[in-house]
Design a protein around this ligand. Structure first.
Ligand code: ADP
Ligand code: ADP
Length: 231
């Protein structure tokens, strides 16, 4: 039984003459253990689909199932790493991660260790009391990753997580993420990454779901058959 399954998902925006179909008839599954990339041009509905999968938005029609149960009947426990980090600027690195745990109701004693451990894992040891503005883009996104992973989501969603970074920072962060993921250090069942970067999708994912626009729909699914160190 797949971790996530979308059945005939459709999203219509606007009404009357402005009514248009952003995504049409999307069927897809995400299995446990998979790193899936959602690849397509700007405007094909990738962000819309991410919001639907994480329950931030209900589709106009169709079904989203988590382990076979409709999304509105379960707490899906997914987190998102955003393109532009979305950190709270008035909170320190530690406080940004700690707050995410607090919101999920994690007890204070557990929170501190979990946050420090995660920050250490992503290479931010020593930066706990820094503010986001004092960090480089790459380091800010590491906080974004630490915050998303700390709550141990079943599905970790990444929305163009490297596209706001310079090439070198993006390259090194991709490598570090893959190292953590392949070594099992990320306690999540699957990763779904939205991107319009083909190389990034093929390098990182086990499977690439291709989308196209007008209307947004899935036009193919590509298994990456290169031998993976995880196997
Ligand atoms: P992508 O992430 O692939 O760029 P989006 O999901 O952001 O695609 O957008 C798909 C299409 O739907 C675009 O044409 C966008 O302008 C439109 N759209 C997205 N969100 C909304 C919204 N809340 N209301 C109206 N149109 C929207
Ligand atoms: P991205 O493509 O990086 O996700 P966008 O700039 O397309 O970002 O969209 C940013 C936000 O604006 C999203 O929440 C999206 O739903 C909303 N949005 C995008 N297009 C429209 C639109 N035509 N009308 C209303 N809201 C929109």
């Amino acid at each position: 039984i797949p971790l996530v399954e979308l059945k005939n998902v459709q999203q219509v925006y606007g009404s009357g003459a402005r009514r248009f179909t952003a995504i049409q008839d999307v069927n897809l599954i995400i299995r446990e253990g998979e790193f899936v990339a959602l690849l397509g041009p700007s405007g094909c509905g990738k962000s819309t689909l991410l919001r639907i999968i994480t329950g931030l938005q209900s589709p106009t029609s169709g079904q989203v199932l988590y382990r076979g149960t409709p999304l509105h009947d379960v707490n899906p426990y997914a987190t998102i790493v955003f393109q532009t980090f979305a950190l709270f600027p008035w909170l320190t690195v530690f406080e940004n991660v700690d707050l995410a745990l607090k919101v999920r109701g994690v007890a204070a004693e557990v929170r501190k260790n979990r946050a420090l451990e995660l920050l250490d894992k992503v290479g931010l040891d020593g930066f706990e009391t820094a503010y986001p503005r004092e960090l480089s883009g790459g380091m800010r996104q590491k906080v974004g990753f630490a915050r998303a992973i700390a709550v141990e989501p079943e599905l970790l969603c990444l929305d163009e997580p490297f596209s706001a970074l310079d090439l070198l920072s993006a390259e090194s962060l991709r490598g570090e993420l893959m190292e953590l993921w392949l070594s099992g250090a990320i306690p999540t069942r699957a990763i779904l990454m939205v991107t319009h970067n083909i190389e990034e999708a093929v390098f990182m994912a086990d499977r690439v779901i291709l989308m196209d626009k007008e209307p947004g729909r899935v036009v193919g699914s590509l298994d990456i058959t290169l031998p993976h160190p995880r196997q």
